[in-house]
Design a binder for this molecule. Structure first.
Ligand SMILES: Cc1cc2nc3c(=O)[nH]c(=O)nc-3n(C[C@H](O)[C@H](O)[C@H](O)COP(=O)(O)OP(=O)(O)OC[C@H]3O[C@@H](n4cnc5c(N)ncnc54)[C@H](O)[C@@H]3O)c2cc1C
Ligand SMILES: NC(=O)c1ccc[n+]([C@@H]2O[C@H](COP(=O)([O-])OP(=O)(O)OC[C@H]3O[C@@H](n4cnc5c(N)ncnc54)[C@H](O)[C@@H]3O)[C@@H](O)[C@H]2O)c1
Length: 474
């Protein structure tokens, strides 16, 4: 058996690599173990390749506005899907190479599946390592009904979609969460005949019904969306039949975007002591990432909570620091988590910021909204679609959260996250300059609606300067 390690990191994704960075500052006595390809989910098959497909699709889709601008002959532009996918893989390979360089720990990195024998012993490739602490950062994988595997390469997930030489011509997309929404719209814009199957009319993780309805309306204008029972597949000579009780179609490929499940089975989490929940997960303190009172830390998608890139990086950082403190017998650090922020790169982009709507609504919040269908700058750019709703605390006007689907919504969402993090009120934000003509002026419209519901603040500043009521100016 090897000398006892200070820590052993399981998984070299974004969370594992962030942990590695912290661990390396403090010790050389560690091991990082990764099963399967190195290079992270984000760079290989996640955030980056999906955004490359979205960007190609949006670049082509811009031609649909040309006639209205007075620009001619755009209709003939079309996607060369093999070329789009080749460009995607070339850039993807650059990003992957970068993350592989970041994970190079020489002989301290090992390829293989790790399994906990208990909180201080980990087995890798038949060898047992003793360690003072463990970081579990094993990520997640797409949910796929086992019987769908019989359809072979025609069943796609985000794991193999980007490897295809081409796509379509007919594709069913099952599920319209973040992944399904981004990819279904991108594929439809690139010329694939898309039919999406959902069990309820919720898209892109939006929970505010009005905002959800606004995005749904836009998406329905671009591809078919069928609401029904769980989709069933059947082999036909002409393709795969997909049926959900209300719609039946025959397609060439099916993209399963039905959620992701943590890679935790076979990991030995049951050997740690705490009772596992129905997902096979132990209790984890979200501010230390400690599992029960062990020296094991769970980070990234593996804990199901906040399965997003920036949160995986944060959690790796936290786990790396705390695993080393635990190895030294020192008190763990408690971290303040960031304001919740999730963005889906649809068009218009969707986002949720701050407190989730289910919680906010219990406080009977003040709500202000702006219809981006009528917003001045959005109309100028022919990108006028969407709805943004801001929630503020009654009485104080403190910002609680927001949901939106809006052009360049990613930037509006970032701004709102900053304001919520700084504990700003509606009046604080209305004291900021809003340049004209910008999409941010839409935010001001929504904020002013809330301000009107609050008692007048002060006549010595400009926060209660009102809307002019002219769409070119608000
Ligand atoms: C299509 C798609 C698009 C996305 N887009 C975005 C986006 O735009 N923005 C955003 O914020 N997030 C996005 N995400 C989510 C984001 O990619 C993840 O939250 C993030 O990559 C999770 O990182 P991680 O380190 O937890 O897991 P991973 O990067 O998956 O790393 C886990 C590693 O552990 C390995 N492993 C598993 N089990 C074992 C074991 N027993 N032993 C050893 N190694 C093991 C795995 O093989 C893997 O290499 C997207 C995800 C997908 C799939
Ligand atoms: N832009 C981003 O930040 C981004 C992009 C992609 C993924 N992600 C991350 O990856 C996670 C996983 O994404 P996802 O979209 O796969 O999962 P998800 O859980 O967000 O959405 C899956 C959807 O599929 C539906 N569904 C499940 N089974 C179904 C069935 N049989 N028939 C029809 N619909 C079905 C669910 O009701 C749900 O709406 C996200 O929650 C997010 O954390 C983030």
């Amino acid at each position: 058996m090897h000398p006892t390690l200070d820590t052993l990191i399981i998984g070299a994704g974004t969370a594992g690599l962030a942990a590695l960075r912290e661990v390396r500052k403090r010790t050389d006595n560690f091991l990082i173990v990764n099963e399967g390809p190195w290079g992270t989910t984000c760079a290989r098959v996640g955030c980056m390749p999906s955004k490359m497909l979205v960007e190609a699709a949006n670049a082509l889709h811009a031609r649909t506005r040309w006639e209205a601008f007075g620009l001619r002959d755009g209709q003939d532009a079309r996607a060369d899907l093999p070329a789009v996918l080749t460009r995607l893989r070339t850039l993807r390979d650059e990003f992957v190479a970068g993350t592989i360089r970041a994970s190079d720990a020489g002989e301290r990195s090992v390829s293989g599946r790790a399994r906990l024998l208990d909180a201080q012993r980990v087995e890798v490739n038949g060898r047992t390592y003793k360690t003072r602490s463990v970081i579990v950062a094993t990520g997640s994988r797409p949910v796929l009904p086992p019987d769908w595997l019989a359809f072979g390469e025609r069943i796609l997930t985000s794991d193999n979609l980007f490897e295809q030489p081409t796509l379509g011509p007919r594709m069913a997309v099952i599920g319209l969460g973040a992944i399904g929404t981004e990819l279904a719209q991108a594929l439809a814009r690139l010329g694939v005949e898309v039919v999406a199957f959902v069990t309820r009319e919720r898209v892109a993780g939006l929970t505010d019904e009005s905002v959800n309805a606004a995005l749904l309306e836009q998406l329905k204008g671009e591809f078919a969306i069928s609401v029904g029972e769980r989709a069933q597949l059947r082999e036909l000579a002409s393709g795969i039949e997909v049926s959900n009780g209300s719609t039946t179609v025959v397609v060439d490929q099916v993209l399963a975007a039905m959620g992701r499940t943590p890679n935790v089975e076979y990991l030995g989490l049951d050997t740690l002591g705490p009772v596992l929940d129905k997902h096979g997960l132990p209790p984890v303190d979200p501010c230390t990432l400690q599992v029960g009172d062990t020296a094991v830390f769970l980070a990234g998608d593996a804990d199901r909570d906040r399965a997003l890139l920036h949160e995986a990086a944060d959690e790796g950082h936290m786990a790396g620091i705390n695993a080393m403190l635990a190895a030294q017998g020192k008190t763990l650090r408690h971290f303040r988590r960031r304001v919740p922020l999730a963005i889906t790169f649809s068009d218009p982009q969707a986002a949720s910021v701050g407190m989730p709507w289910a919680e906010v609504r219990k406080q009977k919040p003040l709500v202000g909204e702006v219809d981006y269908g009528a917003q001045g700058r959005a109309r100028v750019a022919l990108r006028n679609a969407g709805l943004l709703r801001i929630y503020a605390a009654p009485g104080t006007g403190r910002l609680l959260g927001a949901q939106l689907c809006a052009p360049s919504g990613e930037h509006l969402a970032q701004l709102l996250a900053l304001a919520i993090d700084r504990d700003l009120t509606v009046q604080d934000l209305l004291r900021m300059p809003f340049y004209h003509p910008t999409l941010e002026e839409g935010l001001r419209t929504a904020l002013r609606q809330i301000a009107r519901q609050l008692e007048s603040s002060s006549d010595s500043d400009l926060s209660d300067c009102e809307n002019l009521g002219a769409s070119a100016l608000d």
